[in-house]
Design a binder for this molecule. Structure first.
Ligand code: AMP
Length: 328
């Protein structure tokens, strides 16, 4: 997760909520991708450190438990600078230029100059982020599958060039497709910080209720007496993700018969959101800054040790050791 600000409900439902479950079943590494923040926001780094702490708090509030998983900061694990250089040597330019989000982001973020080496190379950084931990799986939503596919291609190319006995140094990771409902923001577009339409995980109840009040609804339902369709309404989408089946049934009946108005329906959606957010915010408030820093230091140290094992194998396979010793 990039430290570009506090996390919102889209980040929670699309990623974090799944991670909280995965930490019980797998050995997991989760990190705050501050180097990735530089790929687009290199001109102003003044907020990166603050945002890193905020994201760490959001992780902990959501229920990531440092006893069950490793939480770390990318820039504190120097192997994340090292492997991209080596993988960059073998990655054809065409592979990077073809990444779907590359052209899309250059067009969408026209106010920023993204014609940099670092931005073109971000998928190599991402591949390194993954491969350093020699994982079996990468838990991502559908929108990230292309990146994992490229990671697999880079790993394959590495393994063709460099071998360590019979062993593949960088096994190709598989996608662990996690459910990632696309959560709409208050304007009906995808919830995203860059659209200014988010409900943050830290928003207090009155703010959540106020934001819900301004949320767009089924455009065909203009008057209170018009019948609506929750399937064409962003508030309906929130109900589908957060409300109980009983509330959802009331929403469908009430909206389609014009038995309820949008204000009432939004109130129920706000109730459901507040129920989800309350325990997260309580847990978040239980951590002090020194505690969070300690968790990040400890996690980064664990990640460094694991990543170094991979780098030792990478160096040995590439015969990039001073003695020419293969390490075996
Ligand atoms: P971003 O910072 O936008 O790259 O998002 C980080 C993670 O949150 C990614 O895994 C996204 O898939 C997920 N995410 C972001 N916005 C939403 C949204 N509106 N609905 C669902 N998932 C989202």
């Amino acid at each position: 997760m990039r430290p570009t600000g506090k996390l919102h409900l889209g980040n929670f439902m699309g990623a974090l909520a799944n991670w909280v479950k995965l930490q019980e079943q797998y050995e997991c590494y989760f990190f705050i991708a501050d180097l990735h923040a530089l790929t687009t926001d290199y001109a102003d780094t003044s907020q990166v450190a603050t945002n890193t702490l905020e994201v760490a708090l959001d992780f902990l509030g959501a229920g990531l438990n440092p006893e069950n998983c490793t939480i770390f900061v990318q820039s504190q694990v120097k192997q994340h600078y090292e492997l991209p250089l080596l993988l960059g040597m073998i990655t054809p330019l065409g592979w990077l230029e073809r990444v779907p989000s590359y052209k899309e982001m250059i067009e969408n973020l026209a106010q920023k100059d993204l014609t940099t080496y670092g931005f073109l190379g971000y998928p190599v950084l991402m591949a390194s982020d993954i491969l350093l931990y020699q994982p079996q799986f990468v838990p991502v939503g559908q929108d990230q599958q292309a990146h994992v596919e490229l990671t697999r291609e880079i790993a394959r190319r590495f393994n063709q060039f460099y071998k360590l006995g019979e062993q593949e140094v960088l096994p190709e990771p598989k996608v662990l497709l996690t459910p990632s409902p696309k959560l709409p923001g208050t304007d009906g577009r995808k919830m995203s910080k860059s659209y200014g339409n988010t409900i943050q995980m830290t928003d207090p109840e009155p703010v959540v209720r106020q934001k819900l009040k301004t949320m767009v609804t089924d455009p065909a339902r203009i008057r209170r007496t018009d019948k609506g369709d929750p399937d064409k309404c962003p508030v309906g989408d929130l109900h589908k993700v957060f409300s109980t089946p009983a509330t959802l049934a009331k929403v469908y009946d009430g909206c389609r018969s014009a038995g309820i108005g949008c204000i009432e329906c939004k109130g129920w959606a706000a109730d459901a959101l507040v129920q989800v957010l309350n325990p997260i915010q309580e847990r978040r408030a239980g951590f002090t800054e020194p505690q969070v820093l300690e968790i990040l230091h400890e996690g980064s140290s664990r990640a460094r040790a694991r990543a170094q094992q991979t780098m030792d194998e990478v160096h040995a396979a590439m015969k990039m050791t001073l003695t020419g010793d293969t390490g075996r």
